[in-house]
Design a protein around this ligand. Structure first.
Ligand code: OAD
Length: 242
């Protein structure tokens, strides 16, 4: 399908369906200036996830891990939502039953006005205690002291899902249910390589949803989606509402 025609088809689908779910990945924030993970400039090209984003790495060298998150927080603090984030916040107002699921930890969907994004991988502005049940929001940039400490005297850790850790079960359940019940599922700016997030579009499709992908390039699931819109999400998503 020609892109113009595909955009018009998806625009109609959004208008005609009651239950729409969306999964976003790092690509939606790329136009805001937040680095992605796997592209040519991606974080995992420059850093080893094993050294920075695993529980073992944190146990070995919490200061190094915290320095890396402090640096990422300082990048995100300088950014703002782009037209892609804003279009999804608007879509939420137009669709009867809308669920936004994100793998992103940057918080830009919240800033854009999305009400309750389901954050599968945590939030870079949250911390939790390594010993007690304390969990808090902290927007200080740069962090001081580093590593930050809990009132109970133990170290705080980023409230992020690291490799080898489980996703927050309640959030994953809600995302799974939204995928199963969706009539239309949009998957935006993700390489669709990290599971279980990457399973959600396929769960939706098996349950009867139409699946639309928005990405700069083909991904692991492009062959399986119903419509693939190739281009920057900040340009394509606003057109889906026009
Ligand atoms: P990736 O970096 O793996 O993929 C980003 C995707 O966005 C790629 O498919 C790009 O082609 C696409 N992309 C880049 N710029 C875009 C733009 N302007 N418009 C549309 N698409 C664009 O990021 P994720 O798929 O989000 O986990 O990665 C999944 C998880 O792996 C992340 O949540 C992170 C990482 O390890 C944790 O930190 C727990």
């Amino acid at each position: 399908m020609h892109t113009e025609q595909a955009i018009s088809t998806v625009r109609d689908w959004i208008q005609d369906h009651e239950r729409v779910a969306v999964l976003t990945g790092a690509g939606i924030s790329a136009e805001s200036g937040v680095p992605t993970f796997r592209g040519p400039e991606g974080l995992w090209r420059q850093y080893r996830a094993e050294d920075l984003a695993t529980p073992e790495a944190f146990a070995r060298d919490p200061e190094l891990v915290w320095e890396w998150y402090d640096w990422r927080r300082s990048i995100v603090a300088e950014t703002k939502p782009n037209p892609g984030h804003l279009a999804l916040a608007e879509m939420e107002r137009l669709v009867n039953n809308f669920t936004l699921i994100t793998q992103n930890v940057d918080g830009l969907h919240d800033v854009a006005g999305s009400a309750h994004p389901l954050k599968l991988h945590g939030d870079i502005w949250e911390m939790r205690c390594t010993r007690c049940s304390n969990q808090l929001v902290n927007r200080e940039v740069p962090l001081n002291p580093l590593p930050p400490m809990c009132d109970c005297g133990s170290m705080l850790r980023p409230n992020i899902v690291w490799f080898g850790e489980s996703l927050p079960p309640l959030v994953l359940d809600q995302a799974w249910a939204a995928a199963e019940h969706a009539e239309l599922f949009l998957v935006i700016g993700t390489s669709a390589l990290v599971h279980p997030a990457a399973s959600l579009p396929l769960v939706a499709q098996r349950s009867g949803a139409k699946v639309v992908e928005v990405n700069l390039e083909p991904t692991a699931i492009t062959d399986q989606v119903d419509v693939s819109l190739m281009g920057p999400s900040g340009e394509i998503l606003p057109q889906l509402l026009a």
